[in-house]
Design a protein around this ligand. Structure first.
Ligand code: MG
Length: 127
């Protein structure tokens, strides 16, 4: 077996970690599916809009704060909390649009946008 000089213990650790991540991902996917089933996809899409607006507001407030104060820490906590809310809603949206065609389109867009980002940061610029 070729394992890039990784010890057997390290390899076992990585395998177990990967299995734990897969289980966590499956549990999350199931939770998101059940949530969408429970509330309905229209409701959850509107909820996503609401959470995105809250994140937008939290980012703006944090960005405008220029002094390291307790207030700023609260703004950071608020930003992180809204980020989690949005991640949860994104997970639900991905469960709503999860047909093979939609997933393929999603992965293609994601790959394309990541390539554009790589190009941008390597100073090749965008078209
Ligand atoms: Mg929120």
């Amino acid at each position: 077996m070729f394992c890039l000089g990784i010890s057997a213990n390290c390899l076992n650790f990585l395998i177990i970690k990967n299995q734990q991540l897969n289980i966590k991902t499956m549990e999350e996917k199931l939770l998101f599916q059940l949530t969408v089933d429970h509330f309905g996809f229209e409701t959850q899409l509107f909820k996503a809009v609401e959470e995105l607006a809250e994140l937008q507001q939290a980012i703006i407030k944090y960005n405008l704060a220029d002094i390291k104060t307790v207030k700023e820490k609260n703004l950071l906590h608020n930003l992180l909390e809204e980020l989690v809310d949005v991640e949860i809603m994104i997970g639900q949206i991905k469960e709503i649009f999860n047909s093979p065609d939609e997933l393929l389109l999603y992965e293609n867009y994601k790959l394309d946008k990541q390539q554009r980002l790589e190009k941008l940061i390597s100073n090749d610029g965008l078209e």
